[in-house]
Design a protein around this ligand. Structure first.
Ligand SMILES: *[C@@H]1O[C@H](CO)[C@@H](O)[C@H](O)[C@H]1NC(C)=O
Ligand SMILES: *[C@@H]1O[C@H](CO)[C@@H](O)[C@H](O)[C@H]1NC(C)=O
Length: 258
């Protein structure tokens, strides 16, 4: 089979990020990417208000009686804090605020702005060889099977950009093959289509996320594709050769997948 050396960008974050937002789905409506960005603070205001008492009156976000939550989150995002199982109990309110307020969206925007600026600069490389709570599987599965996870608007913006410039998006998700139909339906309902590959975990695979995702990237590379970029909300989306020419880490203080 002859295959062109086509630039692709692995976009593993979409499903996971959508899932991570969607715990709050009843309050966050995503009519359009643009409107959602403006509306998100208003939409979640009552919930934020409800969370406020959890934060204490000192203004120190959840730092009393435990780790300082902003420092913990920085450690998570910088991959200094590893193999964590749950958000520290005293940080529930802090993380709730972070996710439902504008902060998570602002942090995501910075990442996606960088990814889009990178895509904008790709044509040069295109002609120069490219420079060479405890996790509950039962309830989370039930949620996945609803197929209602909202797309992260920033990710959608990048996705459309990739299609526009001819980069072929590939999703590599830890979801299992039996969830293909619901995942495809969910993505389409959120305006996401036209990907090259949607790779789900095959039955019987019990290795780590890093070994699974890097092996799938290797298959793409071996098939002649150039991985120009790789974006994910988990470090296990990004680590492991071949990583791709550039990686982007989306924020996710909700869970850790090794
Ligand atoms: C996990 O979720 C299911 C379905 O909601 C529930 O029945 C079960 O008790 C939960 N398990 C734990 C350990 O919380
Ligand atoms: C997906 O990627 C592989 C390379 O890993 C490629 O061989 C295959 O043709 C691609 N497309 C589909 C639809 O699977």
């Amino acid at each position: 089979m002859a295959m062109a050396r086509v630039p692709i960008l692995i976009a593993v974050a979409l499903v996971a990020a959508a899932a991570s937002c969607s715990a709050w789905e009843p309050t966050i409506r995503m009519p359009t990417a643009e409107a959602a960005a403006a509306a998100v603070d208003d939409a979640v205001a009552p919930l934020i208000h409800a969370l406020r008492p959890l934060l204490g009156s000192s203004g120190e976000l959840g730092s009393r009686g435990g780790v300082p939550c902003d420092s913990w989150r920085l450690g998570v995002e910088a991959y200094n804090v590893r193999d964590w199982k749950t958000v520290p109990a005293n940080c529930e309110g802090y993380v709730g605020h972070y996710m439902l307020g504008s902060h998570f969206r602002r942090d995501s925007k910075v990442v996606i702005d960088q990814a889009i600026a990178y895509v904008d600069n790709l044509p040069y490389y295109a002609t120069h060889g490219f420079g060479a709570r405890p996790y509950n599987a039962t309830s989370f599965d039930a949620y996945v099977l609803e197929g209602t996870a909202p797309v992260l608007p920033e990710t959608k913006r990048l996705y459309y950009k990739l299609l526009k410039v001819g980069i072929k998006p590939v999703f590599i998700t830890g979801r299992t093959e039996d969830k293909r139909a619901i995942t495809v339906g969910n993505l389409r309902s959120q305006g996401i289509s036209g990907w090259m590959n949607l790779t789900l975990k095959q039955p019987g695979f019990h290795g780590s996320a890093i070994s699974y995702k890097s092996a799938e990237r290797k298959k793409l590379q071996d098939a002649g594709y150039v991985i120009v970029g790789n974006i994910g909300d988990q470090w296990s989306d990004l680590l492991g050769a071949p990583e791709g020419a550039r990686t982007f880490k989306l924020p996710d203080p909700l869970y850790y997948i090794s």
